[in-house]
Design a protein around this ligand. Structure first.
Ligand SMILES: C[S@@+](CC[C@H](N)C(=O)[O-])C[C@H]1O[C@@H](n2cnc3c(N)ncnc32)[C@H](O)[C@@H]1O
Length: 334
């Protein structure tokens, strides 16, 4: 059987170099061999486990936001709770159980593009009423609450070595290698909107797919709240041109060169929250709050006691409340 790398090399030989985003798209979402498409590597003991799964407090805070949104809207009929990119489905299950216990009347919808993960989510949510769509443009507008944890970081990025773009080519030995090409002005603008004076020769990742995704998510919420948790920052917090803008992970540990062994490691890049804020505004969603994950959890009354005598669960919670981690929580209203 041909590997994903061999298929990508054949595609490059036929059609020319790929953008890094095309490469990342294939490495994560190729139907047969993509990292996410294969599904099993996510969750506790898998390639990575996110905060969403680390401690039930995360689901408590999400459920509290959904319940507050329901109240704010006057408890409308047809209220929808939507999770985008639900991973193992464990967070959605916890959130749905808490909301049902609070007496909320809601429809649960999961947006998942990976068939492998959608299957896994169906198992995790067995017995609960829920429906899946594979693309957010399939969401019909409804009053509701929509949330996503660590989804934007998986959206493919294009790479710049300022002022050029970096493409992915194949060398004569069939290895995937970087090659520079003149960058499209629209791509350069995505960076200069955040960092007005990029450093020549420095590496940056930009995410053209973020705007259309945020537009589709916003269009799915007729009235209500959107909440997005991810790691990143604004301006030079995220684009400093010094650290590698793209990272890989295998088994929870830093992985190898992003161009090696596509499909076997996670590929990710920090989220530009300034770009998120601008994309939301363009889609008619006003930024309500931007706070660190510990501040958000603290606002929901979630705290951990002193270090002595902590259980394993307390330590997981302490991890979520660690101010040194770059997780931010963005909320928007419409
Ligand atoms: C890094 S994982 C996070 C999983 C989960 N939210 C968690 O916190 O454990 C990214 C998830 O987003 C999904 N995903 C990525 N891009 C997507 C898109 N455009 N539409 C829907 N799901 C997407 C992936 O398949 C995967 O489930």
């Amino acid at each position: 059987m041909t590997s994903l790398r061999e298929r990508l090399v054949a595609r490059i030989r036929a059609d020319g170099p790929l953008t890094f985003a095309q490469y990342m798209e294939a490495a994560l979402f190729d139907d047969e061999a993509g990292f996410y498409a294969r599904g099993p590597g996510i969750g506790q003991g898998g390639h990575f486990a996110t905060s969403a799964m680390a401690h039930p407090a995360f689901a408590d805070a999400i459920a509290a936001e959904a319940a507050a949104t329901w109240d704010d809207l006057g408890r409308p009929a047809g209220f929808r709770v939507t999770e985008v990119g639900p991973g193992t489905g464990g967070l959605a299950r916890r959130v749905a159980e808490r909301l049902a216990a609070h007496g909320l009347a809601f429809e649960l919808v999961l947006v998942e593009r990976s068939h492998g993960l959608a299957e896994r989510q169906r198992e995790a949510l067995a017995g609960l009423p829920a429906r899946w769509v594979s693309d957010p443009t399939e969401l019909e507008p409804a009053p509701g609450f929509l949330y996503a944890n660590e989804v934007l970081d998986a959206l493919p990025v294009r790479l710049l070595v300022w002022p050029d773009e970096v493409l992915v080519d194949a060398d004569p030995d069939g290895r995937l290698v970087e090659t520079p090409a003149p960058a499209d002005p629209a791509l350069m603008r995505l960076l200069t909107d955040s960092v007005p004076a990029p450093r020549p020769g420095a590496r940056y990742a930009v995410r053209p797919a973020l705007g259309p995704l945020v537009r589709a998510l916003a269009d799915g919420v007729r009235r209500g709240r959107l909440l997005i948790v991810d790691y990143g920052g604004e301006g030079e917090e995220v684009h400093d041109g010094r650290r590698p803008p793209v990272r890989t992970y295998i088994g929870g540990q830093p992985g190898g060169d992003a161009l090696q062994a596509p499909g076997t490691q996670d590929i990710t890049a920090d989220v530009d929250v300034g770009q998120l804020r601008r994309a939301a505004a363009a889609a008619g969603v006003e930024t309500e709050r931007l706070e660190t994950q510990p501040a958000w959890l603290g606002r929901h009354g979630i705290a951990v006691g002193p270090a002595e005598g902590r259980t394993e669960e307390d330590w997981a919670l302490a991890g979520l409340l660690d101010e040194r981690l770059p997780f931010v929580v963005w909320t928007g209203r419409r």
